[in-house]
Design a protein around this ligand. Structure first.
Ligand code: NAD
Ligand code: LYC
Length: 677
């Protein structure tokens, strides 16, 4: 695919040749960092270079494969983080042996793969135990070289939680040379980007739509985060980001090719052709500006001023759009109410609010990345990303403990210095990074406050005034017989059949992902996965007896499935062979998120992203990362939050340049900006 990403061009030029990434899907193991599910064998960690900067040819891993074609695999490579060389070998350092010889609808047919692995990062030898295979059934409690008896170790940073935000912050710090400890309450990494397995199915816990996961540009933050710790993953390109099924029988496919998407949308709204091209063109202006920057912490003045100096036009473009929302900009160019509702739906699927409440920068990021780098699905499921990051972290000499429930943050003279676990263990570090939501970190509700006895800082009070918890989800994970899928069914669907007013109502719109359309290895032969979700608030599920709760789950799920059956998949109910229903209470329990919230949503119309807090907090030594930080919800968004957080923390612990005077001035200025939102 050739897309012009020139920062100055407002619309990319698109070639008709589409899926360059297709060639990635032939004959690879899932992740070149982490092992194949259930098949990881013992391997030896070899001593070597002490270089702790970003991986280079000298100190990244060497992989061995057999029976595959490698040439076009570029994911995870970028000018800064070259992945080293690949060579065929077959010796006892091999970690994987797997046969993935099944074919998906999208032509994915991996060959039999043998992956060898040899790393040279730290001076110590250690052996990967077979327990590093992370499945829910075969869980890990501690990864790395530490464990019991090391509780008083003094780390550079402790990260509470291993969502993608926490893992990116941790891995980025580790490659800068920091010694990091990640403490995860659950038994596997990933949080809402985790997975679970049942009866031969591998289900993604949350969304299967991965932005920022391509081999292009600067905004492929997930690819870059993996590459930084020497991992690259096999991906399957998704030809359609989402297929919308909307009121008045409006059906729109968001094709990977931008020109095809624009052609389809203008064919439905020919009278709005100019408005469509101009609105999406504004999005490209922002995307191209973002894509031209070297993304780091906006709270670090040396970097920020440096970017303004090097890319003044791009930075001013971003500063101009920072306080604006997508709906206002759409209304400048588009008048048709149905088309404006379509833009609402475009924004809703990534922000859970309409376009008038969605920051223009966030909308632009997703509305363009899906055509620029495209949406790519990781072979083996979304859970592979977190597993690879966790493995990469350990490879850097840092640690991750599972079943480690942090119940409080320890303060000394007002500074965060450590954490206490529910089993009484305490760990100490120079800095503490919380990947729990800001509500779970600071309180504001009765649940899970990590800063016990502390008064809510003014900044957090302001955050809670500006943002409320978005509702959670009802999710239905199903295994269905393959025959129920009409030919050429897309992977992701968004359905709102009755009327636009139901868009934001609980159970109003339905999200459906069928990841087995892309990767058939996730389900038993002849079957597909249906992952259905719809917004739902925890209040709807509280105060019920167990019997009533179970009955309500079945009833509500049955209604949702009936709607899908009626509109899209005749015979769906008959085809179900496995079904598991999760409510907001399930999300609260497994993701440790207050009310099971999907993330923050603005209480009223926001000033774009202006009011979103960054990573520093009012507590010295305490940082937040994840979706209650700038720029908000979404896997790529929290990955950016992780990148920003690691840069700010690295500067504060002396691993990056810093200027205390400029720091004070910038942090004050940013705090003042937030009060304007
Ligand atoms: N539902 C979806 O469609 C979906 C799917 C995947 C990802 N996402 C995105 O991921 C974003 C969230 O990512 P994130 O990185 O902010 O966080 P996250 O919620 O995914 O992960 C946080 C992790 O911290 C752990 N944790 C919380 N409190 C803890 C404690 N006290 N002690 C130890 N561990 C604790 C949790 O168990 C969890 O693993 C969401 O905004 C969402 O957009 C959404
Ligand atoms: C500092 C100041 C004040 C100023 C200055 C200026 C500047 C320089 C600025 C800058 C800025 C920046 C860099 C920014 C950045 C941003 C970003 C990166 C953003 C991002 C975002 C992202 C997002 C939001 C994403 C999201 C996503 C999501 C949520 C997704 C989801 C999905 C789903 C749910 C799926 C669906 C499904 C179906 C349909 C089935």
């Amino acid at each position: 695919m050739s897309l012009s990403s020139s920062p100055s061009s407002s619309i990319p030029e698109l070639s008709s040749s589409s899926y360059k990434l297709c060639s990635f899907t032939l004959g690879f193991a899932k992740s070149q960092c982490f092992g194949q599910r259930n098949t990881l064998q013992l391997g030896t960690y070899r001593p070597g270079s002490q270089n702790q900067s970003f991986p280079s040819l000298e100190h990244v891993k060497t992989f061995a494969f057999s029976n595959y074609k490698l040439s076009s695999m570029e994911l995870g490579l970028n000018p800064v983080t070259q992945m080293g060389k690949f060579r065929v070998r077959n010796d006892k350092t091999s970690l994987l042996s797997t046969d993935l010889s099944r074919t998906s609808n999208f032509g994915y047919k991996p060959a039999s793969v043998k992956l060898g692995y040899e790393a040279n990062k730290r001076s110590r030898d250690f052996v990967f135990m077979s327990k590093s295979v992370l499945t829910v059934d075969n869980m890990v409690e501690i990864e790395g070289h530490g464990g019991a008896g090391r509780e008083k170790s003094y780390y550079d940073a402790i990260v509470i939680g291993s969502g993608i935000g926490g893992l990116v912050a941790a891995t980025q710090l580790a490659v800068k040379g920091a010694r990091v400890l990640v403490l995860e309450k659950y038994v596997i990494p990933g949080g809402s980007s985790g997975y679970y397995q049942r009866e031969g199915y591998t289900f993604d816990v949350g969304s299967s739509v991965m932005f920022g996961f391509s081999d292009k540009g600067n905004l492929n933050l997930i690819t870059k985060a993996l590459a930084a710790v020497g991992c690259e993953m096999e991906v399957i390109p998704d030809p359609t980001t989402v297929h919308f099924h909307l009121p008045n029988d409006l059906s729109v496919r968001v094709h990977r090719e931008y020109s095809e998407f624009i052609a389809e949308l203008t064919s439905k709204f020919p009278h709005e052709k100019e408005g469509i091209v101009t609105f999406y063109g504004e999005c490209w202006k922002i995307f191209n500006a973002l894509n031209s920057l070297d993304l780091k912490s906006l709270e670090e003045p040396i970097y920020l001023f440096g970017q303004f100096f090097q890319k003044p036009i791009e930075c001013l473009t971003l500063a101009y759009f920072l306080p604006q929302n997508a709906g206002d900009i759409a209304r400048k160019y588009i008048k048709d109410p149905q088309l404006l509702s379509f833009i609402d739906a475009e924004c809703f699927i990534v922000s859970t609010v309409n376009a008038l409440q969605t920051p223009m920068i966030n909308a632009s990021m997703v509305l363009c990345d899906r055509h620029f780098g495209g949406i790519n699905y990781p072979v083996g499921g979304v859970g592979e990303i977190a597993k690879s990051l966790a493995k990469g972290l350990v490879d850097q000499g840092s640690e991750i403990f599972y079943k480690a429930n942090v119940t409080s943050i320890i303060l000394e003279h007002g500074k965060a210095v450590g954490v206490r676990l529910s089993d009484g263990r305490e760990f100490f570090a120079k800095t503490i990074i919380s990947n729990a939501t800001r509500w779970d970190t600071f309180g504001g509700s009765q649940l899970g406050k990590l800063l016990k006895g502390e008064k809510l800082p003014k900044e957090e009070e302001n955050f809670q005034k500006a943002y409320v918890k978005a509702p959670s989800f009802l999710s239905i994970h199903m295994g269905v017989k393959a025959e129920v899928l009409p030919p050429d069914t897309d992977c992701h669907h968004f359905m709102l059949e009755d009327g636009w007013t139901r868009l934001e109502e609980p159970f109003g719109s339905i999200f459906l992902s069928i990841p087995t359309v892309l990767d058939s290895s996730l389900a038993p032969e002849g079957h597909h996965i249906f992952h259905i979700f719809t917004t739902s608030s925890i209040e709807d599920w509280e105060g019920l007896s167990r019997k009533d709760y179970d009955a309500k789950k079945e009833r509500v799920a049955d209604e949702i499935i009936s709607r899908l059956e009626k509109k899209l998949f005749p015979g769906l109910k008959e085809s179900i062979v496995f079904k598991e229903i999760g409510t907001p209470k399930t999300h609260r329990r497994y993701l440790a998120r207050d009310k099971g919230t999907y993330g923050p949503k603005p209480r009223k119309t926001p000033k774009g992203l202006l009011g979103m807090p960054f990573n520093t907090t009012a507590i010295n030594g305490l940082y937040c990362v994840g979706d209650s930080c700038f720029p908000g919800q979404g896997v790529i968004a929290v990955a950016f939050s992780g990148v920003m957080c690691s840069h700010r923390v690295a500067a504060d612990i002396g691993l990056e340049k810093k200027s205390p005077i400029l720091d004070t001035a910038l942090l004050r200025l940013l705090g003042w900006f937030r009060t304007l939102a």
